[in-house]
Design a protein around this ligand. Structure first.
Ligand code: PHE
Length: 452
């Protein structure tokens, strides 16, 4: 069975999975929409109280299984149907893969065009009309047909290439390079953004909690964001934990990974809000693709060194996205290798080739197929909504119920203490959170949209 070779590599790969579009693309938008500092406080509690325990639960099931997400459940409960929980994770992750590769493709397109293309040829001269023309040309980029398709295909090919090189020589090696590079870029951007004139207003919005803004919806959104950002409920952590060596300390690993992921989100907030405030765009829409693919280029356009900043930012985003895409795809590759006994090559092709078609549909749904709607949503939004808002919480809920109530009682303690060779003082509190607090909290997230 494949394994990560070093402790650092194992952390880099798992953090690589966690840190992704969720931190750069989704977190600032959620923070803005949910009251800035108030959201941050609630988010912090969600990560510490629920994110880390649920991650530990997935690690325990995954390392015990040392196989794919379905097999990990079959190993613990061979005669029962709990393997369906693993399957839900795999289906969710595949749906996420379909649109995640598209956004990775846009990122690659922007990175290349920052320097070589005409991304900034339309630079506005500060007038409103020029700004509007610039935003329009950015929109064209995402909504055109061919270029995004080609770049999406390239991002799929890169992912397949890394997967083919294997767990240690592919995933671990690439993470060992991309993750440190990502942290260096983050630090550079933090300094640059915080030194902009008027940055303080953005910092204040992001860090100063106005407790009156904490509503049930803010709590629900923060919990949803924490689960997405920590890659929970999608089979990724079972699969990666299957590559952890026996001596890996799970509690320490889950805490390190979660805190690093949290740190990246906070740093992203410290990059985005000061920049947005400094350029007088606090009121503008920071939602998903608008923030990264329109607002930020508008800011770069007004800074000296436009092309360099733009190149570096999209490089940062590309590293974040690629290491996540790789982890999401690995879930299915492992399934085909272990369940259907395919060779790695065949498994990678079986997972990645259909993606060329499926992600093309997601990509075109932002352009010429935008009128085709299922349940009122284009394909991109549909895949995102079903996977992130339904399958992901359902998968996590069932995992908690399984581990808390049905799995052998010694499974979690044995995994947390490495079969008794370590002292681990958090076994009982973790079990309590998995058994009671997490399922109730997730259930509330699940039913909350119905109450709106
Ligand atoms: N956690 C990743 C992010 O924040 C997304 C992800 C989802 C990764 C599912 C793996 C599995 O972008």
């Amino acid at each position: 069975m494949a394994q990560f070779a070093s402790k650092l590599g194992l952390i880099a790969a798992t953090v690589g999975s966690a840190v992704g579009l969720g931190n750069v693309w989704r977190f600032p938008a959620e923070a803005q929409a949910n009251g800035g500092g108030a959201f941050l406080i609630v988010y912090l509690f969600c990560v510490l109280l629920l994110g880390i325990p649920v991650m530990l639960g997935e690690f325990a099931i995954g390392r015990n299984g040392a196989t794919d997400a379905v097999g990990a459940y079959k190993k613990i409960a061979p005669a029962k149907s709990w393997w369906i929980v693993g399957l839900i994770g795999i289906i969710a992750s595949y749906m996420i893969l379909c649109f995640y590769t598209v956004v990775t493709g846009w990122t690659l397109e922007y990175m290349v065009n920052s320097v070589f293309g005409d991304l900034y040829s339309n630079i506005g001269q500060g007038s409103d009309a020029a700004d509007a023309a610039f935003a329009g040309s950015m929109n064209e980029y995402i909504k055109s047909d061919w270029a995004p398709l080609i770049y999406t295909a390239i991002s799929i090919a890169i992912t397949a290439g890394v997967l083919l090189m294997g767990v240690e020589k592919g995933i671990e090696r690439v993470s060992n390079i991309m993750m440190p590079a990502l942290f260096i870029l983050l630090i550079i951007f933090c300094f640059a953004s915080l030194s902009l004139p008027g940055a303080g207003q953005g910092v204040e919005f992001f860090l100063w909690p106005d407790f009156s803004k904490i509503t049930p919806m803010v709590v629900i959104n923060a919990l949803g964001q924490a689960f997405f950002s920590l890659s929970l409920g999608m089979g990724v952590l079972y699969t990666y934990a299957g590559y952890f060596p026996k001596q890996t300390k799970l509690a320490q690993t889950a805490t390190t990974v979660s805190l690093l992921d949290l740190m990246v989100s906070v740093m992203m907030g410290l990059i985005i809000f000061p920049a947005v405030a400094s350029f007088g765009m606090m009121g503008s829409d920071l939602e998903g693709s608008t923030l990264v693919f329109i607002t930020l280029p508008e800011i770069f356009e007004q800074m000296p060194g436009t092309k360099l900043w733009s190149l570096l930012f999209f490089m940062l985003l590309l590293f974040a996205a690629l290491t996540s895409v790789i982890s999401i795809a690995e879930v299915s590759v492992r399934l085909f290798q272990d369940r259907l006994k395919m060779s790695r090559l065949k498994a990678v092709l079986t997972v990645m080739l259909p993606l060329l078609g499926l992600s093309a549909v997601c990509s075109l749904s932002q352009g010429s197929l935008s009128d085709v709607k299922v349940f009122g949503m284009d394909f991109f939004t549909l895949f995102d909504t079903v996977a992130s808002n339904i399958l992901l919480p359902v998968g996590s809920l069932l995992m908690c119920i399984f581990l808390g109530w049905f799995a052998p009682r010694n499974l979690l303690p044995d995994q947390l203490t490495n079969n008794g060779s370590l002292r681990c003082r958090v076994v009982k509190p973790v079990m309590f959170l998995i058994k009671w607090v997490a399922p109730i909290a997730i259930l509330i997230i699940l039913i909350s949209p119905l109450l709106k």
